[in-house]
Design a protein around this ligand. Structure first.
Ligand SMILES: [Zn+2]
Length: 489
């Protein structure tokens, strides 16, 4: 603890009183003893002033407690002689009752619910749920007693100020611990602690005097019952405010939870709606598939067998159809089973050759709206849609049929993609499709975004709008489908 560098500034004289190095004879003539080990000490009063005046053990043996005991003695002697002390400021915070348990393990708060702050580096008075403050002040002692037993404790100094007892503790290595603090609090007397840095090795009596008496930062309040009482009063006075704040917080929490619940609810409803729509779509698709299978099934029995398939008239379904419908069915079946598989429906005339990229523009905003417009034009018409545009190269027929599902269960297919290019390309591909499908070519409608050398027999709509298939295009296409050739080229 104490090294040889620690210079002992105070000792006990031959009467057992505290003696400063300044007031004794030099050398062994001082007749002083060590306050720790009671061995004889020699006063070393350097004439050159190179070393600080101090006591040293006569026989040079190690005594680790001498320096600390000496400072203890010195502080007590200084306060006894002066009879006054500069007390530090005191700021007591009173925490809410519900925090007390949590604060018991806090290193900072020694006595819950109270927390003491004295010489803060930032001298801002702390506000809290309850608080009290007293500035630093000088007090005159009416009496000073050293090492006086007070119940189960022995404070270093027991002083009286304005008729009230003040304990002063001196800490070098051992500050007051929780146990001792509890005993002090039980006595109910105000207590301060003077802390001396154990790393500082030399003190002259003058330096120690200034430090102890005048320096408020050398001290801290351990217990101030008067301020705790004031902090309690402040705490009570602020009860209404605390209640209001707690209510506000609870209300905010409640609103936030209600908001989260509402969002959750909304999401759940959307999810359920989506799932219901998906279920509905699945059912519709299954029904359509079943219908196609049934129709295709009747066509396999060209020998007239299979009378179990009836259309309500007691005849096989294929026997009750007109030759034209029969032809279409047979053709549809052939396409379904061999060539271009339609994801939805057999090929039926008339045929609309559609420039999907150029008119419906799936990459651009408003695609759904344009598809719905086309669906409205085709609604209630037997009509196949054959896609002629570039999208054939990127998507398969099923994907495109998915994009055009608004068009109902009609056949949706592709023209073949031929090598070459140039202005004849689209026309050549449509011709190739018709060759392959052997469709009755009574009605060919082409809806395209650019002018091509289309045969005069076809009904052609060239989209006029910058933004794809417009309302005006829809009306013109409707006219073309109804054989009113108000538009062509
Ligand atoms: Zn000693």
């Amino acid at each position: 603890m104490a090294s040889p560098d620690h210079r002992i500034p105070f000792a006990l004289d031959k009467h057992g009183n505290i003696a400063s190095i300044e007031e004794v004879e030099n050398g062994a003539a001082c007749a002083c003893t060590c306050p720790s080990c009671s061995a004889p000490l020699i006063a070393r009063q350097s004439k050159t002033g190179k070393t600080v005046w101090h006591f040293a053990h006569a026989k040079g043996y190690g005594c680790s407690e001498a320096f600390e005991s000496s400072l203890h003695l010195g502080v007590k002697r200084i306060i006894e002689d002066a009879g006054w002390l500069e007390l530090p400021e005191c700021n007591v915070l009173r925490y809410p009752d519900e925090f007390v348990e949590a604060l018991r393990t806090s290193a900072e708060v020694c006595h819950p619910p109270y927390s003491y702050r004295t010489h803060e580096l930032n001298p801002v008075r702390r506000r809290g749920p309850g608080e009290a403050f007293a500035p630093a002040r000088r007090v005159e002692f009416e009496s000073v007693q050293l090492e006086k037993r007070e119940g189960n404790i022995r404070p270093d100094i027991v002083a009286t100020v304005a008729g009230k007892t003040l304990y002063v503790e001196v800490a070098v290595h051992n500050p007051v611990d929780r146990d001792k603090l509890a005993k002090i609090r039980a006595r109910g007397n105000a207590t301060i602690e003077i802390s001396i840095d154990p790393k500082r090795s030399t003190w002259t009596p003058d330096e120690l005097r200034t430090f102890v008496l005048e320096n408020a930062r050398s001290k801290a309040w351990l217990f101030n019952p008067r301020l705790e009482e004031k902090a309690d009063q402040d705490y009570e006075a602020k009860a209404e405010l605390r209640k209001r704040i707690a209510n506000d917080e609870a209300e905010a929490r409640r609103r936030h939870e209600a908001y989260l619940e509402k969002i959750d609810d909304q999401r759940r409803r959307e999810r359920e709606k989506k799932m219901a729509a998906q279920r509905e779509l699945a059912v519709a698709r299954a029904a359509k598939l079943e219908e196609i299978r049934r129709n295709a099934g009747t066509l396999t029995r060209t020998d007239g067998a299979g009378t179990e398939d009836r259309n309500g008239l007691g005849l096989p379904s294929w026997m009750s159809e007109s030759p034209e419908v029969s032809f279409q069915r047979a053709n549809a079946y052939r396409i379904l089973s061999k060539e271009t598989p339609s994801p939805t429906h057999p090929v039926l005339a008339p045929v609309l050759f559609l420039d999907l990229d150029g008119l419906l523009r799936p990459q651009q905003e408003g695609f759904d709206e344009r598809v719905q417009r086309l669906a409205a034009v085709l609604a209630g018409r037997l009509c196949s849609v054959i896609v002629t545009s570039e999208i054939r190269r990127k998507c398969n027929a099923h994907q495109v049929a998915g994009m055009l599902k608004e068009l109902g269960g009609r056949h949706i297919g592709f023209t073949p993609t031929l090598e070459g290019g140039g202005p004849q390309q689209c026309v050549a591909e449509i011709n190739a499709w018709m060759m392959r499908n052997l469709m009755p070519t009574s009605k060919i409608v082409v809806a395209h975004s650019t002018v091509q050398p289309f045969p005069a027999a076809w009904d052609v709509l060239i989209g006029q709008s910058e933004c794809g298939f417009s309302d005006a295009d829809g009306f013109r296409l409707m006219d073309l489908m109804a054989n009113k050739r108000t538009w062509g080229h």
